[in-house]
Ligand binder design. Sequence first.
Ligand code: HEM
Length: 402
Amino acid sequence: MLSQKTIEIIKSTVPVLEVHGTTITTVFYKNLFEAYPELLNIFNHANQKKGRQQHALANTVLAAAKHIDQLETILPVVKQIAQKHRSLAVKPEHYPIVGEYLLAAIKEVLQEAATEEILQAWGDAYGVIAGVFISVEKEMYDQASKQEGGWADFKPFTVVKKVPESDVITSFYLKPANGEGIPAFLPGQYVTVRIGIPGERFLFNRQYSLSDAAGKDYFRISVKKERTESSPDGRVSNYLHDSIQVGDSLDLTAPAGHFSIDLEKGTPVVFLGGGVGITPFMSMVHAVADQTPDRDVQFIHASDNGKVQPFRRELTGLAQKLESYQLAFVFKNPEKEDKQLPNFVKEGYMDKELLSLHVKPDADYYICGPVPFMKAIITCLKELGVEPDNIHYEFFGPAVSL
Ligand code: HEM
């Protein structure tokens, strides 16, 4: 329990943090990785380079500071982050290290403004916040390891099949190397893949959505080959595409993530995917087709052209199972033959005019794709009168506010 005085100090430092929050976490990461370079086996180097994680941590620390006397109100956010932490095998023993370097960074940036009293208050508050994370994560580790076919940390999987889905997306079918079964998972969840790349000092971790339904004897992930020249993101996807072959091993954590579909609901469902953002919808749409095939499903996917557009045959085939199903493709730069495809509906963008044809009063909307795509779609849906509660979305990467 924090004293009233500590709570007051924490709350009064929020405005200071609002000004210096990002600088503090930037200093924090720099010092942390200098002292503990091995933590770069856990953190995403590409996110570090782009400063994304700095913002995510700064925002969360601020949110926690604002709600320090009623942390239960930020529990949903904690659970979401804890899913990511659990999928990266973050452990209780990591928290004091992060706490020490966060406090040292506050001191370094604020200098004399960071009095002993303020530092003491932040030390205590961090302890409380970390305690909440640790206990939520413990529950998740217990759940993951107790589940049938489940496990707690990283476990080796063998690539049993590699299937190109388009010019840029390839699926990897993965089975546990020890021959054990696959745990159930929620449609929309992801796994973390950890790999060592020859010549690289640290391991790489990436989250990939599971792109096939649960209940199979394999996991399927579908990876877009990112362009390396414009982004450090491409290091792993290029290695997977070019160097990982059938028979090779990849380490995986158990499925995690909060972005899922309520399969108990019978309301119409509209999937709005942009590019590789289609992947979580593949497990969702298969789950709906298997479990509630009478549910009204509209699946709209936007991509550049037919060559990069994945899963066309698989999605078309779902018409055999789903009783009320509409499939539509939007291409920004279609080739002549793309315009002949039966499900081609529009050249250009997935815009308000197109969406207005798919808005139904009680439908649930699922959105996944690049940030500008998601922002545009969410704005259009709201303008078309869709209730925010019926809009569900996931961004690939550290959580950002849309
Ligand atoms: C991700 C906050 C402690 C490692 C995140 C995210 C937030 C966050 C907001 C982004 C979540 C998302 O992408 O959905 C915090 C807070 C902490 C804490 C408030 C302390 C109370 C730790 C610790 C570790 C850790 C102790 C391990 C040393 C990571 C990693 C990611 C992450 C590896 C994934 C993002 C990346 O690799 O860039 N954390 N975290 N965090 N956190 Fe934490």
